[in-house]
Design a protein around this ligand. Structure first.
Ligand code: ZN
Ligand code: ZN
Length: 141
């Protein structure tokens, strides 16, 4: 993490009333500094060598805290919780083989007639398939 990124993340955390501890900054750097979709476990695996006292639970709680401040959103795919650095509503594509996750613009559809009585808040779509790299590697074997 370079000095500018660190400075930016500290400001973001403080602007949301969060203390910028070194562990929090390291977690924020992994999820907020660039577009990504990561699980708490992936974040923990990257950081626990540098921060031996960091538990998976703390990572999860920190990510949930960032989510509650609207800095992240949660995304469930195949029973795994990912944290998405883009908090705006959008659709996703997920490769069933390598689990690559791609952001897509949201493409709103009319709710089905069965939901006529509902107050609809939103709709999320996850396209599933094989990404181009996996298609290529499967067809050349
Ligand atoms: Zn793939
Ligand atoms: Zn996303």
């Amino acid at each position: 993490m370079n000095a500018t990124t660190s400075e930016m993340l500290q400001q973001t955390l403080r602007a949301h009333g969060l203390r910028a501890t070194p562990q929090r900054l390291a977690i924020a750097a992994m999820v907020l500094a660039h577009p990504t979709h990561v699980s708490a476990r992936e974040v923990w695996q990257q950081l626990h060598h540098t921060y031996p006292s960091l538990s998976l639970n703390t990572v999860y709680q920190t990510l949930s805290l960032l989510e509650s401040k609207g800095l992240l959103q949660r995304l469930e795919i195949d029973g795994i919780t990912f944290f998405d650095s883009n908090p705006e509503p959008h659709d996703h594509a997920c490769c069933i083989r390598c689990k690559a996750i791609l952001d897509l613009p949201s493409n709103p559809v009319q709710p089905p007639s069965e939901l006529a009585e509902w107050h609809i808040l939103g709709e999320r779509r996850i396209w599933q398939g094989l990404c181009p790299a996996c298609r290529t590697s499967l067809s050349t074997r």
